[in-house]
Design a protein around this ligand. Structure first.
Ligand SMILES: [Zn+2]
Length: 400
């Protein structure tokens, strides 16, 4: 299985990356043989992958990183790098290759200090003699200061360093940085392609795969989660009942409270899974004595971890709410499609009755205003408005 097999519906991007990996390989081979480097090359040292959530930005970046590290003997016979099996490909894909750093964050932002560390790391020459690859999965979360630190590194890269940046859109990255990157755009994969991958790779029943792919409109990770996680399905069905519950003020307030509570519950669950282990590990590393007493001078480190965990809970809660808002938008988009007699297939066929009822009882103008209310809520959350306040304002605006 080649490294590109995890990319779904992105044949153009795949072609470009495969060509670059081939040229990158020619550069390394020429260099090792003491020959002059080939002049024309599709390889470059900074790449920017953009595309909507779920399109597979990070997957594409990781596949490219693997292809750059591919040491398959088939390459000498004209095979393309990125076999998926050799040591270089394999260790990159599982995250243990010495020359590949994959940075993903569960925090809201990436600061100057972390970025400085990365830049230092990027300057090392590759231990395996090929490329030093840094994959920054959330380049949109760099603070402005961090962006400027990164800019210097991208402007004057070490000869064998490759930066792979991922972000939802071009606007999410400093103009000075993006102008120095080769830009690749991933598209939302077609529903059929997502369903196909769920069946082929994850062994999910075709009918369930189809339903999950349709409900999530081409978002692969969410589709997989929906198809495999009972709890995710339950959560979604609660969210999709909300439009029928916002008839009066009491109903609106109650629905808002439930939505926010559910998101807080998600954050709490993640915290329980990760925080405890993390805290234990840090305590052990700092030399906690039997009975949990901490040595002098370690309070700062413990405090720092607590802060980090708190920021992560905020982020998880926000992501969970965001997911609910995405489902709601999808619901009203279906309502609008019916009202406008669009021929597009409904995404949420499992709640067709509710969609038909609301479509029949209201007007397209009303539906548009409701979609706007959901988007406004999302913007408010982005601006750090208190979640309950933002969600209440939304449910009130959705009222009959
Ligand atoms: Zn390989």
């Amino acid at each position: 299985m080649a490294v590109w097999d995890d990319l779904v519906g992105q044949s153009r991007v795949e072609e470009q990356l495969a060509a670059a990996a081939r040229d990158a390989d020619a550069l390394v081979t020429a260099h090792a043989a003491g020959e002059p480097e080939p002049e024309a090359s599709k390889m470059t040292h900074a790449w920017l992958f953009t595309g909507p959530p779920g399109s597979g930005r990070a997957t594409a970046a990781r596949a490219f990183a693997a292809a750059l590290q591919c040491v398959s003997p088939d390459r000498a016979l004209g095979g393309a790098p990125g076999c998926g099996f050799c040591d270089g490909c394999h260790t990159t894909l599982v995250g243990t290759h010495a020359d590949v750093e994959i940075v993903r964050t569960d925090l809201l932002s990436i600061g100057v200090k972390e970025t400085r560390d990365l830049v230092r790391r990027a300057q090392l020459s590759p231990a395996g003699g090929r490329w030093q690859v840094i994959v920054l999965e959330d380049a949109d979360r760099l603070t402005e200061g961090a962006g400027n630190v990164l800019l210097k590194a991208v402007e004057e890269p070490a000869p064998r360093t490759v930066w792979l940046l991922c972000a939802p859109s071009l606007e999410d990255v400093l103009p000075t940085i993006r102008s120095r990157c080769r830009h690749l755009t991933l598209r939302t994969p077609p529903v059929e392609a997502v369903a196909d991958v769920l069946v082929r790779r994850d062994g999910i029943e075709p009918e369930l795969a189809q339903a999950a792919a349709r409900a999530t409109q081409g978002h692969i990770d969410r589709a997989r989660r929906l198809a495999t996680d009972e709890r995710a399905r339950a959560r979604r069905s609660v969210v999709l009942k909300l439009p029928l519950r916002v008839d009066d003020i009491g109903g609106c307030l109650k629905a808002a409270q439930e939505l926010v509570d559910a998101a807080a519950e998600d954050a709490k669950q993640v915290a329980e899974e990760i925080d405890v282990k993390e805290t234990e590990e840090l305590k052990a590393a700092l030399g906690a004595a039997q009975g949990g007493r901490m040595p002098r001078g370690t309070a700062g480190a413990m405090k720092e971890l607590e802060e980090r965990q708190k920021r992560r809970r905020t982020r998880t809660q926000r992501d969970s709410l965001d997911l609910a808002l995405t489902d709601l938008t999808g619901f009203y988009r279906d309502v609008l499609a019916l009202q406008l007699r669009s021929r597009a297939a409904l995404a949420n066929t499992d709640v067709r009755d509710a969609i038909e009822r609301i479509a029949h009882d209201t007007t397209p103008e009303r539906t548009l205003r409701r979609i706007e209310a959901v988007l406004a809520c999302r913007k408010a959350l982005d601006r750090n408005v208190a979640p309950l306040l933002a969600v209440e304002a939304m449910t009130m605006a959705l009222r009959g």
